[in-house]
Design a protein around this ligand. Structure first.
Ligand SMILES: [Fe+2]
Length: 168
């Protein structure tokens, strides 16, 4: 895992992101999936507002309020998040560019984290994560390009990371 980098100077953001975030506020998982599936045309090229080639994992906060956080995330080939969940936060993301590799985890009888599934998602795919699902997002090391994803969190999450030694 690589730590997120500081925000970099990038293209100006399209108008309407605050209204989009406000619309998402309070949504349930089904409506949130629909919102990202039917992403407004003005945001379809929003991945250009991030420069993931700057290295590792890149995040650009688009909108933050007490109820919602909107983030553009980039990940170069060979990088992935640590297994984690988002207690208290419903979240979803849409793949904008590249291929997302999502690993989902469960617990064995001794409480150790074990891989439950590994799936890949193409651009346009939308994934919803409930607050207790433990997973990690990655970009395969053999991938031809950076992965760029658009994330909505309701509200901004307290991320709980799982390691060999337990939860941090
Ligand atoms: Fe996450």
């Amino acid at each position: 895992m690589t730590a997120p980098r500081a925000q970099l100077a990038t293209r100006p953001l399209p108008e309407g992101l605050e209204a989009f975030a406000a619309e998402a506020t309070g949504m349930n998982s089904g409506r949130l999936r629909s919102l990202l599936t039917n992403l407004p045309a003005a945001f379809r090229n929003i991945e250009r507002c991030l420069r993931p080639e700057e290295g590792g994992i890149t995040r650009r906060e688009l909108v933050r309020s007490p109820e919602v956080l909107l983030v553009l995330a980039g990940m170069e080939p060979g990088h992935s998040e640590a297994p984690h969940d988002h207690p208290g936060s419903l979240s979803a993301f849409r793949v904008l560019r590249g291929v997302a590799v999502v690993t989902r985890f469960g617990m064995d009888d001794r409480g150790s984290l074990v891989v439950a599934s590994l799936d890949t998602y193409l651009p346009g795919s939308v994934l919803v994560q409930d607050e207790t699902e433990v997973r990690s997002l990655g970009n395969d090391r053999s991938a031809a390009e950076a992965l760029v994803t658009l994330h909505v969190y309701l509200p901004a999450p307290a991320i709980r990371i799982y390691t060999e030694g337990g939860v941090t």
